[in-house]
Ligand binder design. Structure first.
Ligand code: GUN
Ligand code: ZN
Length: 439
């Protein structure tokens, strides 16, 4: 048995801080003890110092803050190289930038190169788990899972399904989409730390026959994830109401095909009504809020008050490349402002929970990731309150945990990530990343 320990300030959660003020657990002088890729213990140094093996290396990080690894619940790896591409709204953005970019992933070399860079970029931002869209090409999913497996990360990903309303070069068919997805589930779901997500892009790009194929796959594999987009922009919602005129709403399309259930994650969920939220809550489907993307594409403002009232499961996500940052800290920054626009106060403590333990619980992975609880997988981030001169000045004056976390959320990005660990191994250290050439 190998043991390593990390002495630092610690933050972990026992529940939603909005429900219970004691749910955020903070140790000014704490330690995480890692054995064989799992957390053996985490807590106050004074209580746990006796458990640290004499010969185990103690990493002294007392001026840093350790938090569970961030979980990004909606991101597109093929869009890495087209981040920061503007368009007057979602649908023109898809046509102008997204589809031509995703075409490049028919080339395996492009897929492998981009997947490797993407995984490094996630880790540089402290993200240790993500729910990842690949392209329609099945080799794009193989490339992402291979890059994740090489670093022993817990990633969730899937090949996009789309058989209409996209260029012919990106189209699958109900049968080929079904066969490719089934093959990838067999190859990757639960292989090491990899998990599969059935990925119909969004209702407009799937025929009813393809949605029926998804229903069959979802039924045959009750523990896989499902990911799609829902109610992102008004134009898209209007389009769905004409394409599926016999369905009550956009969410009802997914509901009809049995795609609302635990482990089903819908990006955006801006233009929902109360009945949609009620069904999301009842089925334990998850709304992934993507604030940087929603502002960048002008899609709309996620309604935190209504989401809270309905008790719908909510997580945070970057949605790169519609989103403009890989950083979950920057995502918190924009989430706070979107909530503010709706008159809702989103505390930093709650945002850190949403990006860690809250996401893990919403994804039905509670206790496994998103926490520093004993037996959990040792995925964690070392944040540096002195990362920039401004952060150093602001955090030095922080009088509370909330104030410290708020400074990270508003002022932090990849510069604030000193190191990232996955399954107990260091997978990123600030300043040590090698420059690579793009293909
Ligand atoms: N809706 C359908 N596809 C996409 C996509 O790639 N990004 C975003 N933001 N919305 C979508
Ligand atoms: Zn998206």
């Amino acid at each position: 048995m190998t043991q390593s320990s990390y002495r630092a300030k610690l933050l972990t959660f026992t529940g939603d801080p909005a429900q219970s003020p004691d749910a955020a657990v903070f140790h000014e002088d704490g330690v995480v003890i890692v054995e064989d890729g799992h957390v053996a213990a985490a807590g106050a140094w004074t209580a746990l110092a006796g458990l640290v093996s004499g010969d185990a290396s103690v990493h002294d990080l007392r001026d840093k803050l350790i938090v569970p690894g961030f979980i990004d619940t909606h991101i597109h790896y093929p869009q890495t190289d087209m981040i920061a591409s503007p368009a007057p709204g979602l649908l023109p953005w898809l046509e102008t930038w997204t589809f031509p970019t995703e075409r490049r992933f028919e080339d395996e070399a492009v897929a492998h190169d981009t997947a490797r860079f993407f995984v490094e970029e996630l880790l540089a931002n402290g993200t240790t788990t993500a729910l990842v869209y690949c392209t329609v090409h099945k080799q794009s999913a193989d490339a992402l899972f291979s890059a994740s497996e090489a670093k022993n990360l817990r990633m969730i990903a899937g090949k996009v399904l789309m058989d209409r309303h996209c260029p012919a070069f990106l189209r699958d068919t109900p049968q080929s989409g079904y066969d490719d997805s089934a093959e990838l589930i067999g190859r990757w779901h639960k292989r090491g730390r990899q998990l599969y997500a059935l990925t119909p892009r969004f209702a407009p790009t799937s025929t009813e026959a393809q949605l029926e194929a998804c229903a069959a796959l979802a039924k045959a594999h009750p523990d896989i994830f499902i990911q799609s987009h829902a109610a992102e922009s008004r134009e898209e919602v209007n389009w769905v109401s004409t394409l599926f005129a016999h369905r009550r709403s956009y969410i009802d399309v997914y509901d009809h095909y049995g795609l609302l259930r635990p482990r089903a994650v819908y990006g955006h969920c801006i233009w929902l009504d109360d009945e949609d939220r009620r069904r999301m809550t009842q089925t334990r489907a998850v709304a992934a809020h993507c604030p940087t993307s929603n502002l960048f594409l002008g899609s709309g403002l996620f309604d935190f008050d209504r989401a809270s009232e309905s008790a719908m499961l909510v997580t945070l996500a970057t949605d790169v490349g519609g989103g403009t940052s890989f950083s979950m800290l920057q995502t918190m920054n924009e989430a706070h402002k979107v909530a503010r626009m709706g008159g809702h106060h989103l505390s930093a403590t709650r945002m850190f929970w949403l990006a860690t333990a809250g996401a893990a619980e919403a994804l039905d992975l509670g206790g496994m990731i998103g926490t520093l609880a004993p037996q959990s997988e040792a995925d964690f981030v070392v944040l540096d309150p002195q990362a920039t001169p401004l952060l150093a000045r602001r955090t030095a004056r922080a009088q509370s945990l909330e104030e410290l976390l708020f400074a990270f959320a508003m002022l932090g990005d990849d510069r604030a990530v000193y190191a990232t660990y996955a399954a107990g191994k260091r997978v990123h250290r600030r300043g040590e990343r090698t420059k690579r050439r793009n293909v």
